[in-house]
Unconditional design. Structure first.
Length: 149
């Protein structure tokens, strides 16, 4: 009974160790495209079912990146693996099987918005985990409503 679980864990570990994070450094598009599976969401997705909205920011890009890092690290079992040029790449591990999801946040200094991508490395369905993660991060980064005087 333990062998299938051990084998699944070993295969997952090998896949996640060999899988390089997909950091795209070109200006257009800012994020790697989503694959044809439903376990990816992105602000730049071409499919409506995979698209998530950008989030605006008002602060300087460096401060916006610091806020994005805080919002990202508030997610459980998350490690930022790359931080450079207004781009964060992180790995989020699932609780039980330790599956890895790749999360990218880009601070767009021209449009003053955050761009997001969250995708599972393995499998086809994620039961909405990536969309929920980006929704929580977006909520942490959302601008407070304007106050009327």
């Amino acid at each position: 009974m333990m062998r299938p679980l051990l084998l699944a864990s070993l295969v997952t570990s090998l896949v996640t160790m060999a899988w390089p994070p997909s950091l795209h450094t070109g200006a257009d598009p800012m994020l790697p495209p989503c694959p044809d599976t439903p376990n990816c969401v992105s602000t730049e997705a071409t499919r409506a079912s995979q698209r998530v909205p950008t989030v605006p920011f008002r602060d300087a890009p460096a401060a916006a990146l610091a806020r994005a890092k805080s919002a990202l690290l508030a997610e459980p079992r998350t490690t930022v693996t790359i931080e450079r040029d207004g781009h964060l790449h992180a790995e989020c591990r699932s609780f039980l099987f330790r599956f890895v999801d790749d999360v990218d946040i880009v601070v767009d200094p021209v449009a003053h918005v955050y761009h997001f991508r969250s995708a599972s490395r393995v499998g086809r369905s994620d039961l909405g985990v990536n969309r929920q993660r980006i929704a929580r991060i977006s909520a942490r980064l959302a601008l407070p409503p304007a106050t009327s005087d």
